[in-house]
Ligand binder design. Structure first.
Ligand code: NDP
Length: 291
C-alpha cells in the first residue's frame, strides 16, 4: 500500500494534484484555508483535516501548494514539523526557497522546494509533458520520487534549495519574451488580409525551429567563452535587419515598445565591437549588482 500524503492548499493546482494522488491509490489528507474547497475531495476519498497542523501530523510527506511563500509560513505557523519531509511546490524566489529550507531545518523537517512547470489540465496526463523541478537533498527526492511522479513528472534540480525556483523563473521569464514576440507579430498582421489561424501555425513553428537551433548554440558559446563559434547570422547583419523590423512596425502603426528592449541591447553589443557574434553577447550586458 502507498504511504499517506498530507496536502495543504486546494486551489486549482492543489486540487489537481490531490485528484492525481487519489486516482493512483495514495491515502491523502487535505487541508484548505477555506474549508468548502475540500468538500468535493472528501467525496472522492480524501480525509479532511480541520487545521494545517492536524493535516501535517497525519503523514510523513507534507506537500504545500499555496499562493506564495508567505502563505506557507502562515499556514504552518505552530505546526509540529519534526521528522517530517516538507515538499513545498508553491512558487517563490530562490532566496525565499533557501530561507524556507532553513526554516524547515530549524523545525526538524527535511525539505524540498518545487517549481511547477505545468498548468492544472496537464496534471495526471503524462503525455502532456508537465513536470516539477525539485531542489534539496537528493536522498529525500529519491525516497519520495514514486509519489512525486504521480501528478506530473519530477526532476531533481540540485541540492541547493534555490535551484528549482531559479530554473522555474528562468523558463517563465523566457516564455514572457516569447509571448511578447508573438503579441508584436499579431499586432503587425491583425488588420491585414492574413489568416490569423494559419499565421499562428507559421509563428509557433518558426519560434520552435529558431529555439531548437539558437538556444543550444547560446549554451555552447557561454561554455566555450567564444561567442563567434559557428555563427551564421552575425550581429552587424542582425542589427541592420532590426532597423527594418522597427520601420515595419511604424508603417503598420504598431508600437515598438516590445521590440526595443532587445534590439537596443543588440545595438549596444555591436557598438562595443562584436560584429562577428550573434545574440549571445547580450547576456553579458544583463549583469547588474545583486540585491
Ligand atoms: P489558487 O489561487 O487557485 O489557490 C491558492 C491557494 O492558496 C488556495 O488554496 C488558497 O486558499 C491558498 N492560500 C492563499 N493565501 C493563503 C494563506 N495566507 N494561508 C493559507 N492558504 C492560503 O492558486 P493555484 O492553485 O493555481 O496555485 C498554487 C501554486 O501553484 C502557486 O504558487 C502558483 O504559482 C503555482 N502554480 C500554478 C499554476 C497554475 O497554472 N495554476 C502553474 C504553475 C504553478 P483559499 O482557498 O482559502 O483562498
Amino acid at each position: 500500500t502507498e504511504p499517506r500524503i498530507a496536502l495543504l492548499g486546494l486551489g486549482a493546482m492543489g486540487t489537481a494534484f490531490a485528484r492525481a494522488w487519489l486516482a493512483a491509490g495514495y491515502p491523502l489528507t487535505v487541508w484548505n484555508r477555506t474549508p468548502s474547497r475540500a468538500e468535493p475531495l472528501a467525496a472522492e476519498g480524501a480525509e479532511v483535516a480541520a487545521t494545517a497542523a492536524e493535516a501535517a501530523a497525519s503523514a510523513r510527506l507534507v506537500v504545500t501548494c499555496l499562493l506564495d511563500d508567505a502563505s506557507v509560513g502562515e499556514a504552518l505557523e505552530g505546526a509540529d514539523l519534526s521528522g517530517k519531509d516538507l515538499v513545498d511546490v508553491t512558487t517563490g524566489t530562490p532566496a525565499q526557497a533557501r530561507a524556507r529550507a532553513e526554516w524547515a531545518r530549524e523545525r526538524g523537517a527535511r525539505f524540498l522546494s518545487g517549481g511547477i512547470m505545468a498548468i492544472p489540465p496537464m496534471v495526471g496526463v503524462p503525455e502532456a509533458g508537465g513536470y516539477v523541478f525539485y531542489s534539496g537533498p537528493a536522498g529525500v527526492f529519491e525516497e519520495h520520487r514514486a509519489a512525486l511522479e504521480v501528478p506530473v513528472g519530477a526532476r531533481h534540480a540540485g541540492e541547493d534549495a534555490g535551484l528549482a525556483s531559479l530554473q522555474d523563473a528562468a523558463l517563465l521569464s523566457a516564455m514572457n519574451g516569447m509571448f511578447a514576440g508573438a503579441a508584436h507579430a499579431f499586432a503587425l498582421v491583425r488588420h491585414e488580409d492574413v489568416s490569423l489561424r494559419e499565421f499562428a501555425v507559421l509563428l509557433s513553428d518558426w519560434l520552435a525551429s529558431m529555439a531548437h537551433a539558437g538556444v543550444p548554440a547560446m549554451a555552447g558559446h557561454l561554455e566555450s567563452g567564444d561567442y563567434t563559434e559557428g555563427v551564421v547570422s552575425n550581429l552587424a547583419m542582425q542589427v541592420e535587419g532590426n532597423a527594418t523590423l522597427l520601420r515595419t512596425a511604424e508603417e503598420q502603426g504598431v508600437s515598438t515598445e516590445l521590440l526595443t528592449p532587445y534590439t537596443d541591447l543588440m545595438a549596444r553589443r555591436l557598438a562595443d565591437g562584436h560584429r562577428e557574434e550573434d545574440g549571445t553577447g547580450v547576456i553579458d550586458l544583463l549583469a547588474v549588482p545583486r540585491r
